[in-house]
Write a new protein. Structure first.
Length: 290
């Protein structure tokens, strides 16, 4: 994968891209391939095409688009005009594609699906980030991602200026209300978690009241606390109680209309599931120029 396709400084494994694109192409091409293009386009016919953003937004997914064509025909040329993370004006040209006409048309929908979906996530993330410009809070994603696309979607969040929460159940401890219920208490859950994991594993615990937060502070062992669905006044008090002791995070029902008010409480992190589960796709098209 060419480094000039990616958001500068953001890592995304080439294997994630190759596997995701391969699955998408297998789904679209089926057993016989693109029978429409094979039937209507002469063998060896070349074409030029341009990837264009029909609407303004933030770009993400260029490497997926490039792989969508190159996996079909490695000789297809994919020349970018900008990198992931770039702000797109309406009708902006994103990339120039040249090579086998059949390969370009066969990979078109998969390429557009990836760029449209991932750019939509980046665009929505950027809108949330802009709401927090006057605060010190960060916007992060959640695990509410499409199965099989988590790494790509979380990369798109970074392209939009957001940060990533944990990637899965295996890279950090997040004790939620159901864990507390089964463990029996806040103290029991925290003590068991800290005893079970290594010194490099962070422990976060979810609370929905000031009383639960007090129990967390008295017990110790947590690195971060997640305030779930608290109103602004209660959240402000919770942030003040935890300041300097725990990293503070707010979540639950966060929207573009409410996120600034949440950030103004002084909370450090705001996690938003909508970044990945509800972002509308950006309108991106492929224009053929024979």
């Amino acid at each position: 994968m060419h480094a000039d396709l990616f958001l500068p400084g953001a890592f995304l494994s080439p294997l994630e891209i190759e596997q995701a694109v391969r699955r998408a192409l297998d789904e679209d091409l089926g057993r016989a391939g693109d029978i429409t293009s094979a039937a209507t386009i002469p063998a060896g016919k070349k074409a030029k095409a341009r990837l264009v953003a029909r609407k303004a937004g933030v770009l993400a997914g260029l490497a997926c688009a490039a792989q969508s064509f190159r996996a079909i025909d490695a000789s297809v040329s994919f020349r970018t005009r900008m990198r992931d993370g770039a702000k797109l004006a309406a009708n902006a040209a994103i990339a120039d594609i040249e090579g086998s006409a059949v390969a370009i048309l066969s990979g078109e929908r998969v390429a557009l699906n990836f760029v449209g979906h991932l750019s939509g996530i980046a665009t929505l993330t950027a809108a949330y980030v802009a709401k927090l410009a006057h605060t010190g809070a960060k916007i992060t994603d959640t695990r509410k991602t499409l199965p099989g696309l988590r790494a790509l979607e979380k990369y798109a969040v970074r392209c939009g200026g957001g940060a990533n929460h944990r990637f899965g159940l295996d890279d950090a401890v997040l004790i939620k209300d159901n864990h507390i219920a089964v463990a029996g208490s806040v103290a029991a859950a925290l003590q068991a978690a800290r005893a079970a994991v290594g010194h490099l594993v962070k422990v976060e615990i979810e609370v929905d009241s000031l009383d639960q937060l007090a129990q967390v502070l008295n017990t110790g062992g947590a690195d971060a606390v997640l305030f779930d669905n608290m109103d602004a006044a209660t959240l402000k008090r919770a942030v003040d109680m935890a300041r300097g002791k725990l990293v503070t995070e707010a979540s639950g029902g966060v929207t573009l209309e409410t996120v600034a008010r949440i950030a103004e409480t002084g909370v450090e992190v705001i996690s938003v599931g909508a970044l990945t589960h509800s972002a509308p796709a950006l309108d991106v098209a492929l224009d053929i120029d024979i």
